[in-house]
Design a protein around this ligand. Structure first.
Ligand code: MEV
Length: 326
């Protein structure tokens, strides 16, 4: 028997960075997915074949590369840990062949690692004969990610599991939000790598230097999230775009934008986007432009001309799902 699970990536629509200081972030699943296929194996090792540039075998914690270099072990490790977390939860001690295909670029804030953890947990669970509940998938994949310190808040795992749109607040956790709009986006990847921890530290330093100003920024971000959620519930796309533009102003003010991001943001706005902002940690990585379904090609072309790699995306209502191949 062979089982495949598919899980969507995500983008933060509003609230990044301010979420660290208690404000609401709104996160949306996108129709870009990872797929993880699991099948039986005779020995006790975990063999992971991936289209991420690496494939290899883990025997206990020892990694042997088959394609790509030994460093691939670090990339594949979270997948191994996710599989092991489920095997342990079911008190199973067996080997597995795991095949990974990803349509989500890695390390640019689009939730590829969360989606991989979720799809691995769901596929291994199903393979072991259990229909894990959504809550169990979130919990097991968050446990697995804590072991590799990626995003222990669990927000990425939640959005990849449930799909749709989620509001996250540190104190209140996760609320699912119903919205009928497709929320057509063009994501623009600057191709500039950045480190989330460094960006978060930069904001913390600014808060030390300018506490009064930064508190006011937080208060403004609070209203940005509220008005965004309100507009989302009413499917008022034009208003959503305007609020995203204000959010970008705040993100620039707290020092997390980048010239390359600004170029893509301005190019998108000048070519029919309803609003545009960076998404995730900033300092590089990706921006998002809200567009109409018909206007996405034009925005996409503008982003390409401005030096970015566009990805046309929209809301994915379906979260993780599995199927069995006989
Ligand atoms: C990064 O994707 C989002 C940040 O708000 C950091 C965090 O919430 O952990 C920048």
């Amino acid at each position: 028997m062979k089982v495949t699970a598919a899980a969507p990536g995500k983008t933060i629509l509003v609230g990044e960075h301010f979420v660290v200081y208690g404000e609401a972030a709104v996160v949306m699943a996108i129709n870009r997915r990872v797929q993880v296929t699991v099948e039986d194996r005779k020995d006790r090792s975990l063999y992971i074949a991936s289209d991420l540039g690496f494939s290899g075998t883990f025997v206990e914690d020892e990694y042997t590369a088959e394609t790509g270099d030994v460093g691939g072990g670090t990339v594949l490790e979270p997948i191994k840990i996710s599989a092991q977390t489920v095997l342990k939860a079911f008190e199973e001690n067996r080997g597995l062949n795991i095949a990974v295909q990803s349509a989500i670029p890695m390390a640019v804030g689009l939730g590829s690692s969360g989606a991989l953890a979720v799809a691995t947990v769901a596929a291994v669970g199903k393979f072991l004969g259990s229909d894990l509940s959504e809550e169990e998938i979130v919990s097991l994949s968050t446990e697995a990610e804590k072991a590799v310190h990626i995003n222990p808040s669990g927000i990425d795992q939640a959005i990849s599991t449930y799909g749709g749109v989620i509001v996250y607040k540190k104190k209140e956790g996760i609320t699912r939000l119903k919205t009928t709009s497709d929320i057509p986006l063009v994501i623009g990847n600057t191709g500039i790598q950045r480190n989330t921890g460094t960006m978060v530290d930069g904001v913390r330093m600014k808060r030390k230097q300018f506490p009064e100003i930064m508190n006011l920024m937080n208060a403004a971000a609070n209203h940005v999230s509220r008005q965004f959620i309100d507009a989302l519930k009413r499917d008022a796309l034009n208003r959503l775009g305007e609020v995203m533009d204000i959010n970008q102003g705040l993100l620039m003010a707290i020092g997390v934008s980048h010239e390359a991001l600004e170029r893509l943001v301005y190019a998108a706005r000048a070519n029919g986007a309803l609003g545009a902002k960076l998404t995730g940690a900033g300092g590089g990585g990706c921006m998002i432009a809200l567009a109409t379904l018909d206007g996405r090609e034009r925005v996409s072309e503008a982003i390409r001309r401005a030096g970015g790699t566009p990805i046309i995306a929209k809301k994915a209502d379906q979260g993780v799902h599995c199927w069995i191949h006989e």
